[in-house]
Design a protein around this ligand. Sequence first.
Ligand code: C5P
Length: 206
Amino acid sequence: MIVAVDGPAASGKGTIARALARHFGLPHMDTGLLYRAVALNLLQWHGDPESEFAAARACDFAQVDFDDPELKTEAVGGIASRISAYPMVRAALVERQRAFARQPGGAVLDGRDIGTVIAPEAEVKLFVTAAPEVRARRRLDELLRMGRHAHYEDVLADIRARDERDSHRAAAPLVRAADAILLDTSALDAAAAAAAAIAAAEAKSA
Ligand code: C5P
């Protein structure tokens, strides 16, 4: 069974995807990490994020440590959101994601275009969302927990800018697939969101 979990930044889709993977005993891929790895390569190689060719050259995972905490920073996320608009970058990452989705037994993938582009055949599709203010508060708490300085207004502006870029790019924009179940986590904590997602996925796959 393939489970596709899409949604905007800090909607809770990562937590939900991990809970679904545990529940169904499936491997999980956070596809945002691939775009973040390209962004980090680009930063470390002093490449220009305005250049699609430079970004395409940075699609090299030979040296990438997917546990590197640098991948999770706002700076890397911001560049990831820019370079993910380039068709050459998206094309370079498609096969890795499709192969993961189509492994025997299935998988859970979370991202922006899993239910629409990577695995339109997924049996279960969730579109996870939450109000921008709630997502900004969550992201701020996360940053403060990591010991970083951040202000709510800046985080909210960043979330809105990312939503705008992810939703309005020409290549694989963030949209809800017609057959995706909508899950608004604005009023749910992590455990309640995971429980709601598991219930929806169980009902869909039954
Ligand atoms: O989900 P995360 O914030 O880690 O993703 C970083 C960026 O990568 C997003 O802002 C988005 O632009 C891009 N992305 C994407 N398609 C995916 C996953 C992430 O375009 N499937």
